[in-house]
Design a binder for this molecule. Structure first.
Ligand SMILES: Nc1ncnc2c1ncn2[C@@H]1O[C@H](COP(=O)(O)OP(=O)(O)OP(=O)(O)O)[C@@H](O)[C@H]1O
Length: 728
C-alpha cells in the first residue's frame, strides 16, 4: 500500500525540520521569538476595533489586483472586519466567493502597515490558508501568482529544493499567502519556520472549516489541531470558511477560535434557479432507464453522484453505450487522467461525469445544468454542497434525486464500518500503553505505523486517526510530531559521485547499505547512530543525491511519531476508563451518521417545499426566501415522495453459527456482524474473508439485530448494543 496520502508530507520534511531548528539554533521545545520589525507581539498589533463594513483599500485591491468591479454578498463586510483586527466565520454557498475574503486582506496588510507607518519593507507578514485539497490549493496559487501576488503551497509533491525556497521566502517576509493541508500542522519543522516569519502571521484562513466540528458531516481529526496551531503561532486573526454549516456547527467553529457572534457572516443558501426534484423507485435497476430518459430530455453539463468507484465506472460505460458523452471520475484514478477528465468537462457543455464525491470541490463551472443523485448522499450538508454546483450562471438547472430501499444498504456499510469494536479499542490502547511506552518520560517519543496498527487491531485508518487525536487533545498524553519514513531504498544512477562523496553522512550511508541487484536498502537508523552524524543528516544526504540525479530514491513505511506529554496511564483500571470514554464518543458518532441519513430522507419525503426544508435545516430565514419555491417535487405535484416499505429480514441463527465457526472469533460480535452484513474492515481484508461465501450472507437484515444475535451466540452482554440502538 502507498502509505503517504495526498495530504502527506515529502521526505524532505524530516531534513527540513532539522535545518529549521539548526538555522534558528533552537530545540523543538524552544520558546517562540518573533523576528519581525516590531517588538510588540503580533496579537497585540491589532487595529482599533469598531468593525466598519466597508474598506476603500479592499475595493482598490479588488479592482486593481483581481480585476473585479464590486464585492458580492457579505465579502466586503468580512474583509473590513478582518482588516480591522477582528476574526470571522464565513458561511457562503458554494461558488459564493469565499476565497477573496482572505486573499484581499493578505494583499492589504502590507499596504495598511505602510499607511500606519508601523512596519518596514517585507515586514507585512503572511496569511496561512489551511485547506484539505492539494489540487485546489495549487489552482489558487497559480491564479494568484499570475496576478503577481506572492503565494506558495507547501505540499507533499514539492521537491526538497522547492520546499527550502518556500522556507527562505517565508523567513524573509516575501510570501503573502502560504497554503497547506491540516496534516502539515503536525510537522514541528513547519511550526518552527512559521514562528520565525518576518512580520508574523497576520491571518489564518481555515477553508472547509466545518471539518473542525465533531457534529459536522465531514469531521477530520487533524482539523481539531488548527485552533491550537493558531494560538501557538500567535496569529493575529482567523477567518473560517465553509459552504455548509448548521447553526450547531457554526457555533462549534466560533467556540474553537473564540470568535464572537458578531463575527459570523451567513448568507442565504436559497438558489431560485435550482429545481429540486426527487423520485422513489422500487429497485436500483429501475433508475437506469429513468436517467437515460431524463438526460435525453435535459441536455447540458451534468454530474451524476454515486457512492462507489466501480459504480461510477459501470454507469459511465452504460451511458456511453446509450450514446452519451460520459466519463467517470473517482479518487482511485491516476492524477493525470483525473486532470484530463476534469479539463474536458470544463470546456464541454454536453459532457456527463459519473463521479464519487471526490469530484466537485473547487470546480468553478458556471453552466452545469443537471446534478443527479444516484445514491443517498451521506448528509443534508453533502446534498446541499453537491446541488450547489448546478446553475452558477443563474440559469434554470435541475437537481434530480432517485432513491430506493436498496440505497440504505450502501449507507449502512459506511456507517457501521467506521466504528471499531470495543475489543479493538481496548487492544489499541494496550498497544499504545505497552510496557516500553509506559517507561517513557515527558519529551520522549515513540513511533508507529498506522497501516500496520490498523490491520492489527481491525480499526479503519480514519477511526485510528480519531483515537490518536483524542489521546492528544482530550487526554493530553501525547502530541503528534513530524512523521518519517522507515524504509529508504535507492538505485545508484551516477556510481562515481557516490564513491567520491566522502562526507560523514555519505560514509555512514555507504556502510549501512545492503546492496541488492537493483535497489539498495539503507538502514537509516544504523547510519544515523554513527559518530558525527544523526538521522536528519542521513535523510538530507539521500535527498541531496536524489535531487542531483545521483540516485533514484524510494521511501516507504510511514512512521507516525508521538511525543509523550505526560506519562501514559499505568493501570488497567485507568485504561478501562479511557476506553469507555473513547468508545462512547465513537458510538455517538455512529448514531449521528445514522441520523444524518434519516435527515436526508426526511428532507426529500416530507410534505413540504424541498427548498424551504433545506433552508430550515441551515436555519436560513433570509427575507429572500419565498414561502414555497414553486418548482420542487412537492410544489409541483403536491404529492409526497414515498419509499416502498420493505422490512429487514430476521437474522438466520444457523447461518450466524456457521460464521462463528468459520471465523473462529468468539469475543467480537461486531466483527462477526460485519461478515454477515458484508462490511469489509482491515481484519476482513487480511484474513481474505471478503471472498468467503458467508460474507454478506445476511445483507438484508438490520445490522444492529445482527450484532445482538452474535453477542448472544458469543455469550456477551448484548445490553450495550441495545442501549446504542435505543439512543437513536
Ligand atoms: N465579487 C466578485 N465579483 C465577481 N466574481 C467573483 C467575486 N467574488 C468571487 N468571484 C468569482 O466567483 C468564483 C467562485 O469563487 P470562489 O472559488 O472563491 O468560491 P467559493 O465560495 O470558495 O466556492 P467553493 O465553496 O466551491 O470553494 C470565482 O471564479 C471568483 O473569481
Amino acid at each position: 500500500m502507498d502509505d503517504s496520502d495526498e495530504f502527506g508530507f515529502s521526505s524532505g520534511d524530516e531534513a527540513a525540520f532539522a535545518i529549521a531548528c539548526e538555522n534558528s539554533g533552537v530545540q523543538i521545545k524552544r520558546k517562540h521569538t518573533n523576528s519581525g520589525d516590531n517588538d510588540e507581539s503580533p496579537a497585540k498589533r491589532q487595529f482599533p476595533r469598531g468593525f466598519p463594513r466597508q474598506s476603500p483599500l479592499a475595493v482598490k485591491i479588488l479592482n486593481e489586483k483581481f480585476g473585479l468591479d464590486a464585492f458580492r454578498l457579505e465579502q466586503e463586510a468580512v474583509i473590513a472586519r478582518l482588516l480591522d483586527g477582528g476574526s470571522a466565520v464565513v458561511v457562503f454557498p458554494t461558488g459564493g466567493g469565499k476565497s477573496l475574503c482572505y486573499q484581499v486582506p493578505a494583499v492589504a496588510f502590507a499596504e495598511l502597515d505602510k499607511q500606519a507607518g508601523i512596519r518596514g519593507p517585507n515586514g507585512g507578514g503572511v496569511t496561512i490558508v489551511v485547506s484539505p485539497l492539494i489540487a485546489l490549493m495549487k489552482d489558487q496559487v497559480d491564479a494568484l501568482v499570475k496576478r503577481k501576488i506572492k503565494a506558495a503551497c507547501m505540499d507533499s509533491t514539492k521537491t526538497r529544493q522547492q520546499y527550502m525556497q518556500i522556507n527562505d521566502d517565508l523567513k524573509a517576509g516575501v510570501l503573502q499567502l502560504l497554503y497547506c493541508a491540516p496534516e502539515r500542522l503536525n510537522n514541528e519543522g513547519f511550526i518552527q519556520s512559521i514562528k520565525s516569519v518576518r512580520g508574523g502571521v497576520r491571518l489564518v484562513a481555515v477553508d472547509e472549516a466545518h471539518c473542525i466540528s465533531e457534529w459536522g458531516h465531514a469531521f477530520r481529526p487533524d482539523y481539531l489541531k488548527v485552533a491550537r496551531f493558531v494560538t501557538e503561532i500567535q496569529a493575529e486573526r482567523v477567518v473560517c470558511l465553509t459552504a455548509t454549516a448548521t447553526p450547531k456547527v457554526a457555533q462549534d467553529i466560533c467556540d474553537a477560535f473564540s470568535i464572537e457572534k458578531s463575527g459570523l457572516f451567513r448568507t442565504t443558501m436559497y438558489r431560485p434557479n435550482l429545481r429540486l426534484v426527487a423520485e422513489a423507485t422500487s429497485t436500483k435497476q429501475e433508475k437506469f432507464p429513468k436517467i437515460f430518459k431524463f438526460l435525453r430530455e435535459n441536455l447540458g453539463s451534468t454530474i451524476i453522484y454515486v457512492t462507489l468507484k466501480k459504480q461510477a465506472e459501470a454507469l459511465s460505460e452504460d451511458l456511453q453505450r446509450q450514446g452519451f458523452h460520459a466519463k467517470h471520475f473517482h479518487a482511485g484514478m491516476e492524477t493525470d487522467i483525473k486532470t484530463k477528465v476534469q479539463d474536458e468537462f470544463m470546456t464541454s457543455n454536453t459532457m456527463i461525469i459519473v463521479a464519487t464525491i471526490a469530484f466537485g470541490m473547487g470546480i468553478d463551472k458556471a453552466d452545469i445544468r443537471n446534478i443527479i443523485h444516484f445514491d443517498i448522499p451521506s448528509s443534508v450538508e453533502g446534498y446541499s454542497q453537491q446541488i450547489g454546483r448546478a446553475g452558477r450562471d443563474g440559469k434554470p438547472s435541475v437537481c434530480l434525486f432517485y432513491l430506493c430501499q436498496e440505497d440504505f444498504y450502501m449507507r449502512n456499510i459506511f456507517t457501521y464500518g467506521d466504528l471499531p469494536s470495543r475489543h479493538s479499542v481496548r487492544q489499541f490502547l494496550e498497544d499504545v500503553c505497552c510496557p516500553a511506552n509506559r517507561q517513557l518520560e515527558a519529551g520522549d517519543s515513540f513511533s508507529v505505523n498506522h497501516y500496520d496498527q490498523s490491520r492489527q487491531h481491525d480499526i479503519r485508518p480514519n477511526a485510528l486517526a480519531i483515537l490518536y487525536s483524542q489521546l492528544e487533545l482530550r487526554f493530553n498524553y501525547i502530541r503528534a510530531g513530524t512523521p518519517r519514513y522507515s524504509n529508504y531504498t535507492y538505485e545508484p544512477i551516477i556510481q562515481h559521485s557516490i564513491k567520491e562523496d566522502e562526507s560523514a553522512s555519505a560514509m555512514a550511508i555507504k556502510s549501512s547499505t545492503r546492496k541488492a541487484s537493483k535497489w539498495h536498502h539503507v538502514d537509516v537508523e544504523a547510519a544515523g547512530n554513527r559518530q558525527g552524524v544523526n538521522r536528519a543528516d542521513i535523510v538530507r544526504k539521500l535527498n541531496e543525491w536524489s535531487e542531483s540525479g545521483i540516485i533514484s530514491l524510494k521511501t516507504s513505511g510511514l512512521q507516525h511519531v508521538y511525543h509523550i506529554v505526560q506519562k501514559l496511564p499505568p493501570t488497567s483500571h485507568e485504561l478501562d476508563d479511557i476506553m469507555e470514554k473513547l468508545y462512547t464518543q465513537m458510538l455517538d458518532r455512529e448514531q449521528q451518521d445514522l441520523r444524518r441519513t434519516k435527515e436526508v430522507i426526511r428532507l426529500i419525503t416530507s410534505k413540504t417545499c424541498i427548498s424551504r426544508g433545506l433552508a430550515a435545516y441551515f436555519d436560513d430565514d433570509s427575507h429572500e426566501l419565498p414561502t414555497e419555491c414553486g418548482h420542487c417535487t412537492w410544489c409541483e405535484t403536491r404529492s409526497q415522495v414515498v419509499l416502498p416499505d420493505i422490512p429487514p429480514s430476521p437474522p438466520n441463527h444457523a447461518l450466524a453459527n456457521k460464521i462463528v465457526q468459520a471465523c473462529k472469533v468468539m469475543d467480537d460480535p461486531r466483527f462477526l456482524a460485519r461478515i454477515a452484513f458484508g462490511i469489509t474492515s482491515p481484519r476482513v481484508t487480511t484474513l481474505k474473508l471478503g471472498k468467503h461465501e458467508l460474507f454478506g450472507s445476511m445483507n438484508t437484515c438490520d445490522f444492529m439485530e445482527l450484532v445482538r444475535t452474535f453477542a448472544e451466540i458469543c455469550g456477551n452482554d448484548s445490553s450495550e448494543y441495545t442501549s446504542a440502538v435505543l439512543a437513536t
